[in-house]
Design a protein around this ligand. Structure first.
Ligand code: PRP
Ligand code: URA
Length: 218
């Protein structure tokens, strides 16, 4: 069982700036059409990816600048890859590619049962050397936590270290954060918003509806 300190330590909430709240106000609005939903979600996704990159370990690096001057900077340690939870998680792949050129991306197809809200694993295809990488797990919604927990199980079974997994997500319910962190306290959650609760259908309240439908279909 994770202590409350560990839980707090491993949840990174993006700074709730006026800009970020403005972006969320657009994507939460049920009247927002798909074009704007995609555009403003993509802007939030970019911020999440940048924050994920901030969390990666670096080592000191000395750079030779013009005129023979030296600059002591930083260099990333290790290799990364992305893993999206299909379908909605695929919406976050481009934001990752925009920051990390030619990044490898694996896929895990998990769908929540519409009646029970329980996750079901259908398919996984991951980079061969994933156990040597830091993994950005991509899924915009953390509701009950069932899908994300199942995805982390897959990653661990492939030899990924739990403390090298960063779960990037747009909106989380407290119930999902609790379930996820109790199971995997050393996996860091990077989220843009933590909402009030889940409703009787296990949807996030106030939430934004079905992210996958709004991004791809409606
Ligand atoms: C959504 C979402 C997460 C999951 C979150 O996907 O993208 O994967 O639900 O819910 P949970 O935390 O209760 O598991 P869904 O299964 O609806 O499929 P989709 O990606 O096709 O929309
Ligand atoms: N999946 C979504 O897309 N939205 C929710 O609120 C819960 C699960």
């Amino acid at each position: 069982m994770a202590t409350s300190q560990e839980i707090e330590k491993n949840v990174v909430l993006l700074p709730q700036t006026n800009q970020l709240i403005g972006l969320y106000s657009i994507i939460r609005d049920q009247k927002t059409k798909r074009g704007d939903f995609v555009f403003y979600s993509d802007r939030i996704i970019r911020l999440l990816v940048e924050e994920g990159l901030n969390q990666l370990p670096v080592e000191k690096a000395t750079i030779q600048c013009h005129g023979g001057n030296e600059y002591t900077g930083a260099k990333f340690l290790g290799k990364i890859c992305g893993v999206s939870i299909v379908r909605a998680g695929e919406s976050m792949e481009m934001g990752l590619r925009d920051c990390c050129r030619s990044v490898r991306i694996g896929k895990i197809l998990i769908q929540r049962d519409e009646e029970t809200a329980l996750p079901k694993l259908f398919y996984e295809k991951l980079p061969e050397d994933i156990s040597e990488r830091y993994v950005f797990l991509l899924d915009p919604m953390l509701a009950t936590g069932g899908s994300a927990i199942m995805a982390v199980e897959v990653l661990l079974s492939r030899g990924v270290q739990a403390d090298r997994i960063f779960f990037l997500n747009l909106l989380a319910a407290p119930e999902g954060i609790k379930a996820f962190q109790e199971k995997y306290p050393s996996v860091k959650i990077i989220t843009g918003g933590i909402d009030e609760k889940l409703d009787e259908n296990k949807y996030i309240v106030p939430g934004l509806g079905d992210f996958g439908d709004r991004y791809y279909c409606i």
